[in-house]
Design a protein around this ligand. Sequence first.
Ligand SMILES: [Zn+2]
Length: 203
Amino acid sequence: MAKVSVGLRGWRFDEDEIITENGELKPLEEIPEEPRERLVRLVALVEEPCDACYLEHGEDEIHRCNQAEIVYGEPRGEVLLCPAHEPDFVYWFREAGGSEHAGTIEFGDRFHEWVAAGNEAPDGYAAIEHIDEDPDALPDLPDQQEIQRRVEEGFEGDRIDIRELAGEGSADERVNDPDDEPVSETDLQDAGVDLSTEYPSDR
Ligand SMILES: [Zn+2]
């Protein structure tokens, strides 16, 4: 059975469990509970910063953090990483006792403590060889509203609060896309639209 990642590298899903024959995400009620929980959790994680970057720079300098591309661990006990910090995680997991916490909700906390104590992988420590997997080529997650809609559709009378599952506030904290700005005169001029052109006025 083929394994796929969605949104972030790291967590692997059985393709048959989450993707339809048409290559789309299955309705949530058709996805088994465990992968469904991770999938819903991913929606809250895809735009978060790398944990190790965050520990280094903090909230005040959050703009210096790389966006996470990789997720390991259990939902709500996960570790988020950028490629530059992945070797630290792999070193912790393999050489510094991290694997003892595998499968536990404390997994993420233990790694964060190790990083916060100033530990890191020795220079030149290589990360795992990945099955060649380009994060940009991973299937996109539907956005949070879309998953919320699907959850409500599929679970009448047993409503799941997606924000509860996904952590709070991630949708509201999204940085506004600069492309959403109203088109200005300068933009039009940059785009080659000449505002001084006289148009025929015989309409
Ligand atoms: Zn990082």
